[in-house]
Design a protein around this ligand. Structure first.
Ligand code: PGA
Length: 249
């Protein structure tokens, strides 16, 4: 059985008190579920969030990290720092990091290696832009993102990888990929992994969908056989919406 995961990416939202209030609400409303639940607050709120979530099944994860172990990288955060406050997983490759902070496949491959050397789990995001989809190039783009950042890994590294397919045109736009579009791409991703690492590893990797998942569309998307959960942005900022999405898995 593949792991089912619903992860909330809080991005640059919520100050300390809002972070604590949201976690308190989430703990209260969290449904009884087999799915793993993760939330990713901003760096400054990671430790208080970790403390607040300690007695719950909510796992607190980071939104990003640097590839270097330490040193003169002003404003950056290392894997070791994250580990030292109890954080065991990190989102890498989010399209906002790629678009606004120039993160490319080569840089992401380095971050992936560093995270793995610290035994951190990685939620690796990738997905095509609208132009790629319109021109029919979306499968090629997704395949190259996957290969360039992850296909140098040894097979056992895949125990630490969760994939999040997030078509850029669906992030924060209110426009979701249809359940059929999501399934089609997730199936393609799994086949691509199988072609390099074999069916067994491909079948074990959880592939989340992200991009305007809301309470009213989550169930249909999650019902697809190759969709193993979601990475949720906007709707993860409201306890009712996030818990409704968790319930629908
Ligand atoms: P959204 O964001 O749910 O607000 O579209 C998803 C994401 O960026 O992970």
């Amino acid at each position: 059985m593949r792991r089912k995961i619903v992860a909330g990416n809080w991005k640059m939202n919520n100050d300390l008190s809002a972070t604590q209030a949201l976690l308190t609400e989430l703990k209260k409303q969290l449904p009884d579920t087999q799915a793993e639940v993760m939330v990713a607050p901003t760096f400054v709120n990671l430790f208080p969030a970790f403390e607040a979530a300690r007695t719950s099944k909510i796992q607190v994860v980071a939104q990003n990290m640097h590839f270097a172990e330490s040193g003169a990288y002003t404003g950056e955060v290392s894997a070791e720092m994250l580990g030292s406050i109890g954080i065991e997983a990190v989102i890498l490759g989010h399209s906002e990091r790629r678009a606004y902070f120039g993160e490319d496949d080569a840089l992401l491959a380095k971050k992936v290696d560093t995270a793995l050397s610290h035994e951190m789990e990685i939620i690796f995001c990738f997905g095509e832009e609208l132009d790629d989809r319109k021109s029919g190039n979306h499968f090629n783009i997704v395949e190259s993102q996957l290969k360039n950042a992850l296909f140098h890994l040894a097979p056992d590294a895949w125990d630490f990888i969760v994939l999040a397919y997030e078509p850029v045109w669906a992030i924060g736009t209110g426009e979701t990929a249809s359940p059929e579009q999501a399934q089609e791409m997730h199936e393609f991703i799994r086949k691509t992994i199988a072609s390099k690492y074999g069916q067994e590893i491909a079948d074990r990797v959880s592939i989340l969908y992200g991009g305007s998942v809301k309470p009213n569309n989550a169930q249909e998307i999650f019902s697809k056989p190759d969709v193993d959960g979601g990475l949720i942005g906007g709707a993860s900022l409201k306890a009712e919406d996030f818990t409704a999405i968790i319930k629908s898995i």
